[in-house]
Every structure is written in structure tokens, then in C-alpha cells.
Ligand binder design. Structure first.
Ligand code: HEM
Length: 448
């Protein structure tokens, strides 16, 4: 293609730059949605020194994430998260990534997840018990409870450990997320030693996470022979001759797995509870299904396939509030996406949040309607119109576990309790590394 015939995506006008920079700091979802509304499926967003190529058609997602994935490395935001996560599975590339993925994949296969379903069910039932003890005593922060649950599940399933014993871990991860976001919006220009609160918290958190991983490793070597994620990561790192590099590798991989695995599922659960409360009749349908399938007992892996409506609610939740709201990439060589030229080195964004709201893929896209995911309607849509777990070779490695958790927890909560938002409360999304509920999710607990 010659320079004269190249087609470039429409660019945002210079007058939009101040508003975009403000939105980058305070409302990243509005920044993406507005750009697409004004300019269409492909936009060059020019904000200060940075140009971001935002693509919003399912064919674009297919091209970047699957067909030509080799040309796209992890990008803005995730690159910056490296400061916190090092070279773990989420942020690594090339041979290192391939090796890490090979090491960890067996831990997440269906067979293994099936074996871990009981551990997930136990955590779900324990959460319900904790919530029940708060019934009638004012709102609980469900987002915090969900985070505790998902960390507990990861501890039991990946590390064979009770992570509840590490009570600083939730705060440490929050500090890591905040830092990664600060890095992203400041384009990584702030040295980490500056005495800002976020940076100081981050430095402490990094030390704390290192300490926690060290303790996990020490405990683990005491009882060997297991085939969990920790055993696999340790066995894999044995090939590394330098002891400091070896322990850094173990830390990076474990911190990555814990971060990637708990915030995403916890956010999904919070949004699910929020949507269930706001959409009359939904809680009753989940409860009726849970009573029919489970009776009074804890869920088992076999029940998962029977909890059809609950699964549809989780899927619709991830459409409206995809925990990973943005998939940032950097083009390694020049490319053409949907007929538009993309120079080498460009920051390319695929945004599940806006993709999942395309009116040509979803009738009345803002409406919460789990029936969209009824098993007989699966063929109705483009395969890349719905990508809550990403797509292509870098698709979420933990999606089976994440789904199992979300469905089990929603089912047992709806069966045993009723959670309601305080009157007039609205949850506001905050697009951090994951799509959080800003300020947490206060919910009143009622027994049924
Ligand atoms: C509802 C829950 C979850 C959602 C919505 C979710 C979403 C995603 C998405 C969209 C990606 C792709 C990121 C990209 O392409 O840039 C991803 C990757 C990843 N997820 Fe999940 N995830 C969830 C649960 C989990 C769980 C439970 C784990 C377990 C530890 C996990 C571990 C990972 C890892 C390690 C990656 C990186 C994979 C790679 O690059 O090879 N996720 N996740």
C-alpha cells in the first residue's frame, strides 16, 4: 500500500484533547464511549503526546487478538503493570510467555477445576454464613467480601493454602492496582520513589507481597508432591541458575496469578449482585433454580450445567460490566485493521466495554437481559462480539475457575439470602486494571 492510498481512522480534533485528558484521569469509560459515538468503529484518539488507536468492531477484535495476534504485544497499562507484576503470565511475551502458559495451563483444565469445585463451594458457603451473621445490622461492603472470597478460592485451588491467614494481601493488591493505574495515566513518567501516597503504598505493598510469596514457598517445601500452581511454578523456576532471578520469577508468577484471578472474579460478582438487585424478578428466578437444583446442599461440579439461568446472569453481567474492560496492545509491525493503516509501534485498544454495547450486536444494549445468553441463542451473534475473557492465544487461562466461582456464589447467595442496595444508591463503575465499583458496594443483608 502506498502512502497516498492509505486510509487512516478518523482522529479526534485538537479541541477534544483537554476533555480526553480529563476523562483519562477520571472517566475512562466515557472517554472510549464518546470517541466511538462521535467517530465510529475506528478512532485515532490524540491526547497530548499520545495517540491511541481504538477499534470497536468484532472483526477488528478477531484480527488483533486472534488472526494476527503475533503482531500485537501487550500494551499501555499492562506494560505499566509490569512494574508491579514483573514478568508474570499476564505481561510476559514470546518464549517466556509460552513456557509460563505451558506450565500453568494444566492447573486450569476442566478435570482439575472439577476436582476443585468442592473447595470453591466451601468458600461460597462460608461467605453466605459470614453475610448471614450481618443480617439486619446495616450494610456490608460486598465488594470487600467478594475480594476475600476470591482470594480464599485462589489460595485453596492454586496454592493449597488458606490465604485468609494473610490479612494484608487484599490491601497490597489494591495498592498495586492503584500504582499500575497511576503509571498508565501518567504514561509511566513518575519515578516510583516520589513520596506520593499511591507510590509509597505501592512500595510497601511490593515488599509485603514478596514477603507473602516467600512464606508460601517456605510452607510449601515442607509438604511436597502436589501438582498445584505453586508446585509447577517452583519446578519450572528450578532451571534458573541465579537464586535471585529464580525467586523473582516465582514472585512475579504467583503475584500475577493472584492479581489476575481475584479482582476480576470479585468485580464480576459485585456487578452481578448489583444488577440482580436492580432488576426485579431476577433474584427470584436464581433462587428458584438454586432450590430446584441444589436443595439445601452445597453445589458440586455436576450442578454447574444445571444452573443455566444463573450462568446466563453471570454472562449478561460480564457483557455490561466486563471486569477486563480494555485490552491494550502495541503493534510490532505496521498493519491494516478493517482497512485502516496502523503504523508500527501504535498503541491499539480493543475495548470489551464498548464492543459489548454495539447496537448491531445487541438489541437495546443498555438493558440487562440474561435471555440473550439462552443456550439456543448462541448462534445469533458474531463470535468476537462478546469477549469478556479476551480471545486468541492470550485468552484468560482461568475462565473456567472464574465462571465456576461466580455461578456458585450467586446461586447460594440467592438461595439463602436477599441482598439489597440502600435506597437510592447507585453503583458507579471505576475503570482501573479491572472494572471496579467505585467506593465499594454497600448491601443490606436479609435472610429468606
Ligand atoms: C470472571 C473472571 C475473569 C475474567 C472476566 C477474566 C478476564 C481475563 C481477560 C479478558 C484476559 C485477557 C487479557 C488480555 O488479553 O490482555 C485474562 C487473562 C488472564 N487471566 Fe483472567 N479473568 C477472570 C478470571 C481469572 C482467574 C480466576 C484466573 C486465575 C488465576 C485468571 C488468570 C488470568 C491470567 C494468568 C491471564 C493472562 C493469560 C495470558 O496472557 O496468557 N483469570 N483474563
Amino acid at each position: 500500500m502506498t502512502g497516498t492510498t492509505r486510509r487512516h481512522p478518523p482522529r479526534t480534533p485538537p479541541s477534544a484533547a483537554p476533555g480526553m485528558l480529563r476523562d483519562l484521569l477520571t472517566d475512562r469509560l466515557a472517554m472510549m464511549s464518546t470517541a466511538i459515538e462521535r467517530h465510529g468503529d475506528a478512532v485515532r484518539m490524540v491526547a497530548g503526546p499520545k495517540t491511541l488507536y481504538l477499534f470497536n468492531h468484532p472483526d477488528h477484535a478477531k484480527h488483533v487478538l486472534a488472526e494476527n495476534h503475533g503482531n500485537y504485544h501487550k500494551g499501555i497499562g499492562q506494560v505499566h503493570a509490569k512494574r508491579a507484576l514483573g514478568d508474570g503470565l499476564l505481561t510476559s511475551e514470546g518464549e517466556l510467555w509460552r513456557g509460563q502458559r505451558r506450565t500453568i495451563r494444566p492447573v486450569f483444565q476442566h478435570r482439575r477445576i472439577a476436582a476443585q469445585a468442592d473447595a470453591v463451594a466451601k468458600e461460597a458457603v462460608a461467605l453466605v454464613d459470614r453475610l448471614r451473621s450481618r443480617a439486619g445490622r446495616g450494610p456490608v461492603d460486598f465488594a470487600e467480601e467478594a475480594t476475600g472470597l476470591t482470594l480464599g478460592v485462589l489460595g485453596r485451588t492454586l496454592l493449597d493454602t488458606d490465604l485468609h491467614a494473610f490479612d494484608t494481601i487484599g490491601d497490597a493488591f489494591e495498592a498495586v492496582q492503584d500504582q499500575a493505574m497511576l503509571d498508565m495515566v501518567t504514561m509511566n513518567k513518575l519515578p516510583v520513589w516520589l513520596p506520593f501516597r499511591t507510590q509509597t503504598r505501592f512500595r510497601h505493598a511490593r515488599v509485603e507481597l514478596g514477603r507473602i510469596v516467600h512464606r508460601l514457598v517456605q510452607r510449601h517445601t515442607a509438604g511436597d508432591g502436589a501438582d498445584d500452581a505453586l508446585s509447577r511454578v517452583l519446578a519450572d523456576a528450578e532451571g534458573e541458575p541465579d537464586p535471585r532471578a529464580r525467586s523473582r520469577r516465582v514472585r512475579d508468577e504467583l503475584v500475577t496469578l493472584l492479581l489476575a484471578g481475584h479482582e476480576t472474579t470479585a468485580s464480576t460478582l459485585s456487578w452481578a449482585l448489583y444488577l440482580v438487585d436492580r432488576n426485579p424478578g431476577t433474584a427470584e428466578r436464581i433462587r428458584e433454580e438454586a432450590v430446584r437444583v441444589l436443595g439445601n446442599r452445597a453445589p458440586t461440579y455436576e450442578d454447574l450445567h444445571e444452573l443455566t439461568f444463573t450462568t446466563m446472569v453471570v454472562q449478561e453481567t460480564m457483557r455490561l460490566y466486563p471486569a477486563v474492560w480494555i485490552l491494550p496492545r502495541v503493534a510490532q509491525a505496521e498493519d491494516e485493521i478493517g482497512g485502516y493503516h496502523v503504523p508500527a509501534g501504535s498503541d491499539v485498544l480493543i475495548c470489551p466495554y464498548t464492543l459489548h454495547r454495539r447496537p448491531d450486536s445487541w438489541t437495546d444494549p443498555e438493558r440487562f437481559d440474561p435471555e440473550r445468553f439462552a443456550p439456543d441463542r448462541r448462534q445469533d451473534r458474531h463470535r468476537y462480539a462478546y469477549i469478556p475473557f479476551g480471545a486468541g492465544p492470550r485468552v484468560c487461562v482461568g475462565s473456567n475457575l472464574g465462571m465456576l466461582e461466580a455461578v456458585f456464589v450467586l446461586a447460594v447467595i440467592a438461595r439463602d439470602l436477599r441482598l439489597t442496595l440502600p435506597p437510592g444508591h447507585r453503583a458507579v463503575p471505576e475503570a482501573m486494571l479491572s472494572l471496579r465499583v467505585r467506593g465499594g458496594l454497600p448491601m443490606n443483608v436479609h435472610t429468606v
